[in-house]
Design a protein around this ligand. Structure first.
Ligand SMILES: Nc1ncnc2c1ncn2[C@@H]1O[C@H](COP(=O)(O)OP(=O)(O)OP(=O)(O)O)[C@@H](O)[C@H]1O
Length: 255
């Protein structure tokens, strides 16, 4: 077992990656990545283009099996579990590419998430939960609209609502702020904070540094498949190795 950080208890660990690697042919897209996420934490994964962030998220959610390494979710080894099993075990994911069922209503889309997330949820119960989630995510007024009628920000809210409908303890967010205007991104930041306040730990990938600064408790920085730094936003953005990894990229490191 890996170490537990000062001030934390082993029982607080929600997600633990131990030396995860993923090889695509000759390329090690993710190489020996280890990190621990504690309950209630908002953890950001950042890094320049091609650093391996999306591949890591796909390893966490079960889209890919790792070439080597192990993953624990809430104390349980889920390394060889499929996506659906991880979802039932408490892992939810909202996708970068927003993919609701476009012809179904907003409410129906969230109901599907509620039915999928937990064995034995009956339709009336799922429908009720879906209404509650639409309230929480600010979509109640749009419940009966077809999903394709939503704006981009509303789509992102729907994606978060659908992921929450599976009742996760850890929520994975893949660049949910992409394409939002700054004011909208602030609204999305508030939504993610409220998700955490409801007791869900959040792990997110993000390119927008102001969002990382405002939202994260801790940041894991990847470059060329490896973790090169981790710590608070202030710590990692002052780290010379991180600064040099971002040099010459389009991302402004200091938000
Ligand atoms: N399915 C795949 N097959 C082969 N190579 C892949 C595959 N997926 C990703 N890669 C490669 O793995 C490396 C890491 O890619 P990944 O998309 O994980 O990085 P990223 O940090 O998410 O990048 P970005 O910020 O641009 O989305 C890249 O070199 C990419 O080309």
């Amino acid at each position: 077992m890996m170490e537990v950080a000062a001030g934390h208890d082993e029982r607080d660990v929600v997600l633990r990656a131990d030396s995860l690697s993923k090889r695509f042919g000759g390329l090690l897209a993710v190489q020996n990545v280890s990190f621990t996420q504690y309950a209630g934490e908002i953890l950001a994964v950042i890094g320049p283009n091609g650093a391996g962030k999306t591949t890591l998220l796909n390893l966490l959610s079960g889209v890919y099996r790792p070439t080597s390494g192990r993953l624990w979710l809430l104390g349980r080894d889920v390394t060889s579990d499929a996506m659906e099993a991880r979802c039932h075990a408490g892992l939810g994911r909202a996708f970068q590419i927003v993919r609701p069922f476009p012809e179904m209503t907003v409410h129906e889309n969230v109901t599907v998430g509620a039915l999928f997330g937990k064995h034995g949820t009956r339709l009336p119960e799922a429908r009720e939960q879906a209404y509650e989630l639409l309230e929480r995510t600010g979509l109640a007024a749009h419940a009966d609209k077809a999903a394709h009628e939503l704006t981009l920000l509303q789509d992102k809210r729907l994606e978060v609502a659908r992921a929450l409908a599976t009742r996760p303890q850890v929520l994975l967010l893949d660049e949910v702020m992409a394409g939002l205007r700054p004011a909208e991104a602030q609204e999305a930041v508030a939504l993610v904070r409220s998700v955490r306040e409801s007791g869900v730990s959040v792990l997110f990938i993000e390119h927008l540094m102001p969002v990382v600064r405002d939202l994260s408790d801790r940041v894991v920085v990847m470059d060329q498949g490896q973790v090169i730094a981790s710590g608070t936003y202030r710590e990692v953005t002052a780290n010379p190795q991180v600064v040099s990894a971002y040099l010459g990229t389009e991302t402004e490191l200091h938000a």
